[in-house]
Every structure is written in C-alpha cells, then in structure tokens.
Design a binder for this molecule. Structure first.
Ligand SMILES: Nc1ncnc2c1ncn2[C@@H]1O[C@H](COP(=O)(O)OP(=O)(O)OP(=O)(O)O)[C@@H](O)[C@H]1O
Ligand SMILES: [Mg+2]
Length: 427
C-alpha cells in the first residue's frame, strides 16, 4: 500500500535537500569566481606597476614638457622589442592636466585619465586594466605629469569564461548526482517511520474490526431488553437507553476509525465508477428529512439529478451525509438549511449552507483535523466524535476535488464541495 502523505514528505525532503546543496554550490561557485578574478587582476596590476615604475627612467622633462627618451622611442619606431613592454601593453604619458602627450603600444585603449582612481578598468570587449603613476619632479616636489601603463584583459576574460563553463557544468553534474542521492537518502530515512505508521494503521484497523462484534452484541442485547421493558426495573430503563446510545456512538467511532485506517493516504485506488451526484444528494436529503423535522429545520433545496462524476458512491454518500448531519446538528431549532447542486464548466459544485451556531474564524483551520470538535458543539450534539470532516476531506481529496468552508459565529456556515466533472455529462 502506497501512502500519499509519505510520498509528499519524501518529495519535500528531497527538494529541501537539493535546495540546500544548490545554495552551497552557488556560494562555492561565486566564491571561486570572485577569488580567481581578484587573483588574476592583482597579477596584472602588479605587473603593470612594475612596467610603469621601470619606464619612469625613460621619461625626460625638457623645458616643462614631458617626453619618452630617445632610446625608448627609437626602439618603438623600429619595431624592436622594448624590455619593459609586452605586445599586450600600452604606455602613455600625460601632462599634469591629464592631456595625453605620447603613447607607445599598438592597442586601442583610449580612456581619459582619472585623477581619483589610479587602477582604472575600461569595460568593453576586450576590457583593459590601467595603472597610473604620478611623475614628481625631485627638486620642486611637484607633480609634472602622469605615466600610465595598460594591458588588455582578453586573456583573463577567456580564462574566466572557461572557469564559468567549468563551474556551471560541474554544478549541473553535481546536482544531477545529488538528486539521485537525495531520493535514495530520503527513502532510507523515511522507511522506519513509514513502517511504524503502517503498523499503527494496521493495529487501529484490527482493533476497530475486533470491537465491532462485541459492540453489536451490546447494542442488540440492550435493544432486546428494551423491547420487553416489563422485566426491567422502572428506574433501570434510562440506564439501558444510555448503554444503547453509548454503544451506538462507539460503534460509529470504530467504523470511522476503521475507515480512516484502511483508506487514509492510500494512493493505490482512484475512484473509477460513474455516479450521479445529484441523485446521491437527493437521497441523502430524503433520509435526513425526519431528523430535520424534529428540530423544526426547513431544508430548502435546489437539486437536479443526472450530474455525473467519477467516484465511489458509498464514499460520496458518506460525504454528503456528514455535511447534512452537521448542518442539522449544529443548527438552531427552527433554523434552515439551503442545499444546491450546480454544474460549472469543469466541475460540479454542491453548497450546503445552514443558519446554525457557526464556527469561530480561529477554529476554521482545525475543523478537518481528526477528533477536533468545538466546545459549543458538544452541547449541540453529544454523539459526534470529530472524525466526520476528516473523512470528508480525505474522500474529496481522493476524488481530486476541493472542499471550502465559510462561517460566521452564531450566524451559520457554508460548506462547498467541488468535484471534477465526468466526461459522460457531455454526452
Ligand atoms: N455546519 C456546522 N456548523 C457549526 N459547526 C460545525 C459544522 N460542521 C462542523 N462543525 C464543527 O466542526 C467539528 C467537526 O465536525 P465533524 O463532522 O468532523 O465531527 P462531529 O460532527 O463532531 O462528529 P462526527 O465524527 O460524528 O461527524 C464539529 O464538532 C463542529 O464543532
Ligand atoms: Mg459530523
């Protein structure tokens, strides 16, 4: 027997596990990326600083005008290698106002000189890294100009691109293996819980089943005794009636527990019968008319038959019976119930609205919990166990439907169920 609830928990655990792994991998990848970028950049900056410092000796100041010395310009003009400069480098000379005076190097790396940032980066393709050194005249100690060395970052960008691809590929592969691992791990972790849950369910089912016969024996014997009251002392009749009603209540409880233990979360079978929900509803109303009359409750209904859904007739009867019972038991004397069934494009809607005690807003999220009953309900009806709506919700979920409730304390409640339509409705 496969349990839906465990499948959901397994899926949620696996997804959480994958989310944590993804987050860790992302942080790791971003960290590696930033670190590599910084290291490679720093290497270029260090090298450009050395280039600029070495080139300072080749700068001359002639009548307030800065220029590269002859040796450097000659070598450059004759296309000879300059010891301080690689083909990826540029060397520029600026006056103290930031006007470019001369440039050595073939790369197109123009960028206005910045007096604030001596380690500029120019974006674009390729990017460029610049390192600027101020040229200070020894005698007067004044800045007479600037020497700027630059280098294309194309090689670094290519390396970083490869690193990005490697990281993305690595993360993708790791996540693929991790998903397999996550499914295996969560299955292993859930197995003991799943086993003990199934044992508990089996125990509940067995216990409820075993309790059925003795309870039926109590009920039938009490009924026989009550049928011939002559043999009972007059004061004991009440006691026999209480025994019968308590035994009936327990019987109902064991039936509900048995149903929940056998069906709850069981994903094996989906309902496949085609049933007429309108007819089930009409029958359920008929069979409750007498109890409603006892409480002088008026049932106004607008029920049409031949509204087909894919479902299990007994289970749907149980749903409608419980909702109608609730609308009667938790109603006031002389109140009313409005029941309607209608077909929308994709579903069939059943609405059961009463003028009863209502449910406080803070209690609404709890009403589908097992054994939950509002304190006020015990005064209205002692026979309930609080399992009815839990069973209703379970059945509706198994039918791929939805149940909604709106309620106002002391004014009334409205339960709406929505079940997917069967294709035969369109025939
Ligand atoms: N129409 C309603 N009006 C007011 N309260 C309601 C209504 N329907 C349900 N409730 C509240 O929700 C609780 C749970 O309902 P549920 O049908 O699950 O159990 P129950 O009616 O107490 O017992 P049983 O298991 O026999 O149906 C009720 O005890 C009651 O407090
Ligand atoms: Mg009920």
């Amino acid at each position: 027997m496969k349990l839906l609830i465990f499948d959901r928990v397994r899926l949620r655990l696996s997804l959480n596990y994958l989310a944590v792994i993804s987050l860790m991998l992302l942080v790791f990848a971003v960290g590696v990326r930033i670190l590599f970028d910084r290291i490679l950049h720093q290497k270029i900056i260090d090298r450009l600083s050395v280039v600029a410092e070495n080139a300072i000796d080749n700068v001359e100041l002639d009548e307030d005008r800065l220029m590269f010395d002859r040796e450097l310009t000659d070598r450059h003009r004759m296309n000879l290698s300059i010891p301080v400069l690689s083909p990826e480098d540029n060397l520029e000379l600026f006056d103290f106002k930031g006007n470019q005076l001369s440039k050595l190097g073939k790369l197109d790396a123009d960028l206005p000189l910045s007096f604030q940032n001596f380690q500029q980066v120019r974006s674009g393709d390729p990017r460029f890294q610049y390192v600027t050194l101020p040229l200070v005249e020894n005698k007067t100690n004044r800045t007479v100009g600037y020497l700027r060395a630059s280098h294309s970052l194309a090689a670094i960008d290519a390396s970083l691109h490869k690193l990005d691809l490697g990281l993305i590929g690595g993360i993708g592969l790791t996540l693929l293996f991790s998903s397999g691992g996550a499914i295996w791990l969560t299955t292993q972790a859930m197995k003991p819980a799943e086993d003990s849950f199934q044992q508990l369910q089996q125990f509940t089912a067995d216990a409820s089943h075993e309790l059925r016969s003795p309870l039926m024996a109590i009920v039938s014997n009490t009924r026989v005794a009550l049928k011939y009251p002559a043999g009972i002392r007059a004061g004991d009749i009440d006691k026999f009636q209480s025994i019968e009603s308590a035994a009936m209540q327990m019987r109902r409880l064991t039936e509900d527990l048995l149903w929940l233990a056998r069906n709850n979360g069981n994903a094996d079978r989906s309902p496949t019968e085609i049933v007429d929900l309108g007819k089930i509803l009409a029958d359920a109303i008929d069979s409750h008319q007498a109890i409603a009359d006892l409480k002088q409750i008026k049932i106004k209904c607008n029920v049409v038959e031949n509204l087909l859904v894919l479902g299990d007739e007994l289970q749907l009867q149980r749903v409608l019976t419980n909702l109608i019972e609730n609308a009667i038991f938790y109603n006031r004397i002389g109140g009313s119930i409005e029941i309607e069934i209608q077909r929308s494009r994709r579903s069939i809607l059943v609405r059961i609205e009463d003028t009863g005690i209502g449910i406080a807003t803070e209690h609404l999220p709890k009403i589908f919990d097992r054994f939950w009953r509002a304190d006020t309900s015990r005064i209205q009806w002692e026979g309930g166990s609080g399992l009815g709506l839990a069973i209703v919700k379970d059945i509706i979920t198994r039918h791929h439907g939805r149940i909604e409730v709106t309620s106002h304390k002391n004014l009334g409640s409205c339960f709406t169920i929505q079940l997917p339509i069967s294709d035969l409705n369109n025939v």
